[in-house]
Design a protein around this ligand. Structure first.
Ligand SMILES: *Cc1c(COP(=O)(O)O)cnc(C)c1O
Length: 380
């Protein structure tokens, strides 16, 4: 039966050799725009493509402001800093995520607190968040304090797993009532919507990634989005070494970061953005083919939630148990079809094993069963 799946995937990609999980497609103006940066010599931190790429992301997502960064981890780091995350603060996130979410929290010298995910969305669960907050925190002088550790819970970072939106409206309401800043890790969800609104634009700040395996790529790159003018200008300032703008003087008014996306990478980004609507259409078509294939085969294919529209960045299936999952991983990978189990849960990693957490039943359940299957845009 796993043989059927391998044949189906090989047929879809017209490839019997090796099928990666997610590879980029450069079928548009990539070479033309990259060459323009070379011809103009503007390959580095200044240039028209950086500004244009920011405008394209702002327009596409509906965010008022977008600030390009060297990668998605840097974008999230700065977003958290601007949300006020400081030394010894706590930040709530989900244990089922890519390491970058927790790295960014740790770069602020803050500590993650793990709250369980929802089985359907695979992202932070609104009801478990509310339960954990009501049992473990007090509101003191307008800030949310962890009763056990006495630390301030400054922010909450839900992640839209594989492009499936969390119930972000509920999470937003809970965060507001507990005075917690909402920052969305939308690294995987460019082109995903909740109730018609683009993911990443519900929080005070949101971040995206354009790593090589994401829906669009700039080689490496990221973006901070926000509707707040003040935060946007601070984001631009501290990601560009906090240099005071002047024709020739070099002075800096605070500790900044060299996090600006180079123009040569942004050139790729502009070309990729032109193709994004087409990529999304093809990814959704691929997902619907997978969905039809998996019906009546005893394997659940993860579909978008009621109120959400997913980009289907990485398609995911749920095997009945860990034994079958391991058999599936071995068979597919041995036969040239790349598949991957979900990340090891963050609370199991040595750096985060002492962090506070609620019950993580759904995350543990998914960890044993979830597998990603090839999801690159299929070329005609
Ligand atoms: C890709 C990704 C990031 C950012 O990764 P970079 O490689 O630094 O661009 C952040 N969070 C999640 C969940 C991701 O999948």
């Amino acid at each position: 039966m796993y043989k059927d799946i391998v044949s189906f995937i090989q047929e879809m990609y017209k490839n019997t050799d090796f099928i990666p999980l997610h590879e980029p497609r450069f079928s548009g103006n990539e070479k033309k725009y990259v060459n323009e940066t070379l011809d103009s010599t503007f390959v580095s931190s200044v240039g028209k493509f950086v500004d244009r790429f920011e405008e394209m992301i702002a327009e596409f997502t509906g965010a008022k402001y977008a600030i390009a960064t060297v990668n998605g981890t840097a974008a999230l780091h700065i977003a958290l800093k601007l949300a006020g995350v400081k030394d010894d603060d706590e930040v709530i996130t989900q244990p089922l995520t890519f390491i970058a979410t927790c790295s960014a929290i740790a770069y602020c010298n803050a500590v993650p607190v793990f709250v369980d995910v929802d089985r359907n969305t695979m992202g932070l669960c609104a009801s478990k968040l509310e339960q954990w907050l009501s049992a473990n925190t007090n509101l003191e002088n307008g800030v949310c304090v962890n009763k056990k550790t006495n630390r301030i819970i400054r922010a909450c970072v839900p992640m839209h797993t594989f492009g499936h939106s969390v119930e972000i409206d509920k999470i937003q309401r809970i965060c507001n009532s507990y005075h917690i800043n909402l920052v969305e890790d939308a690294a995987e969800s460019l082109g995903s919507y909740y109730q018609g609104r683009h993911t990443g634009t519900f929080g005070k700040l949101g971040s995206f990634s354009f790593n090589g395996n994401k829906t669009i790529t700039t080689g490496g790159g990221g973006m901070i989005v926000t509707d707040d003018e003040q935060l946007a200008s601070q984001a631009k300032h501290i990601t560009t070494t906090a240099k005071i703008s002047h024709k020739w003087e070099y002075a800096h008014d605070q500790l900044g970061f060299n996090y600006r996306l180079p123009n040569i990478n942004a050139a790729l980004g502009c070309a990729q953005m032109e193709q994004l609507p087409g990529f999304l259409e093809k990814k959704r078509l691929l997902a619907s083919k997978y969905q039809k294939f998996f019906i009546n085969r005893g394997i659940d294919f993860v579909v978008e939630g009621e109120n959400s529209k997913a980009n289907y960045w990485l398609n995911a299936i749920i095997l009945p148990n860990k034994t079958q999952r391991d058999e599936f991983l071995a068979f597919t990978n041995d036969n040239g079809v790349m598949t991957r189990p979900v990340w090891q849960l963050m609370n199991r990693l040595p750096m985060f094993s002492n962090c506070e957490s609620g019950d993580l039943d759904n995350a543990c359940w998914l960890e044993e069963r979830l597998v990603n299957i090839p999801s690159s845009v299929v070329l005609n």
